[in-house]
Design a protein around this ligand. Sequence first.
Ligand SMILES: C[S@@+](CC[C@H](N)C(=O)[O-])C[C@H]1O[C@@H](n2cnc3c(N)ncnc32)[C@H](O)[C@@H]1O
Length: 307
Amino acid sequence: MNLSPEDFASLFGIAGNALPAACRKFVEAADFHYEPLQGVERDRVILGVLRHLDSGKLTMVGPERAGIWESCWSDSLQKFTESGFDPERLVPDFIRPNQPIRLNRDYVIPRNPRFELDFLRVCRSWLFARFLGDAQSVYEFGCGSGFNLIALANQFPGKKLCGLDWSKSSYEMVAMFRSKLGLNISGRHFDFFAPDPQLKLEREAGVLTMCALEQVGARHDSFVQYLLDQRPAICVNMEPLAELYDDNNLVDYLALRFHRERGYLDGFLTLLRELEAKKRIEILETRRLEFGSIYHEGYSYVAWRPI
Ligand SMILES: C[S@@+](CC[C@H](N)C(=O)[O-])C[C@H]1O[C@@H](n2cnc3c(N)ncnc32)[C@H](O)[C@@H]1O
């Protein structure tokens, strides 16, 4: 089986011929063949997931992981520097090649070892085209290696970009993109748990998080309040959104268990829906891409704006 440009368009809720050119380019350049899993092979994957969930080895996200992230991005910074500033070295290790993945609420085996990364590239270019084309400046909070910002700079040259993270190695690495890659990107410290009110967003800014807010569990209130105060033109959060799983589906149920065991983002979409009911924000789009790693779907998104 294969995913065509029309399949991606359908995932995004648009007509096949409406797929933005940037997305189509990524779909056509990659191999999206995969094999569905059946019988004993499917059971083996499910058993592996269950064993992992029951292993007692899953760590919780939260404030105590600051040191772990620092060491992760300091390794990346070293690899990036030693490679002579090759942006390909910025692909994070948590996008693991050669794994079964989840697609359309089941597990499948991709032919292409980089299927997850290639799928992310298509979806990321879709998000950028759909929501961030008009923003003069875009801030990515929890930007990690900064590889999303480089993709955004390549898709929309000329935007003023800023990568923020609580890891010093992360924002120092991102700050190097200006001198080493010639991109209009700056880096800055930011902590979701204690947003700095002195950090003023530019007018009509875009705000982006990608698999980053997931790290705060239920403690997203301060960040949401910060955004309500700053009034960006648009916020796009591509994150695991627990509210979108169906716990009557086995594969979703296992993702939910993983999500809860790790303490991922809890109640964020619910809070946004409450704020919308109070007319404080407008939710522009919520979408599940029916795709993820073997353990969960990190690539659902919600786009919204303060009113
Ligand atoms: C899974 S990584 C995602 C990085 C990047 N957005 C990407 O898509 O590759 C999560 C990121 O969130 C950052 N992070 C976790 N907790 C944070 C906090 N309290 N404040 C700021 N950044 C945080 C980590 O340092 C890391 O860069």
